[in-house]
Ligand binder design. Sequence first.
Ligand code: FES
Length: 136
Amino acid sequence: MSSSTFGRRPFLLGTGLSLGALLVLPTAAARAGGGKVAIPLAKLEVLKSVGGSIALKVKDKLLLLVRDSAASVRAFNPVCTHRQCVVAFSANDRKIKCPCHGSQFDLDGHVVHGPASRPLETYAAELAGEQVIVTL
Ligand code: FES
């Protein structure tokens, strides 16, 4: 698959997968104004359950979305602040973990275990009906 195939479409990364295993999200997220992007929950089945998470690329930005409660979702830049590996959410202990050197982050993006010393970048995110709204 050429890089031009990806174009401006959002991509699923499948939590824990490398960037080399990108999958295409079948429909594009829509701009919701004010830097906001609306992603239909129907396209993010895994986020319908608390503890679900998914990594994807929207509008040229990587996102890790985590369903942290029945009423909320959180969004992160999944690029580890240590040496730029892609992190994944662990529902068992509700931490975001880096597979490369073991850094761990809480659901506010704060470092709870190094070697990373800087927090993950976070984005405002909310559930609005059947959509996830992320402010990029
Ligand atoms: S790249 Fe994440 S801990 Fe090193």
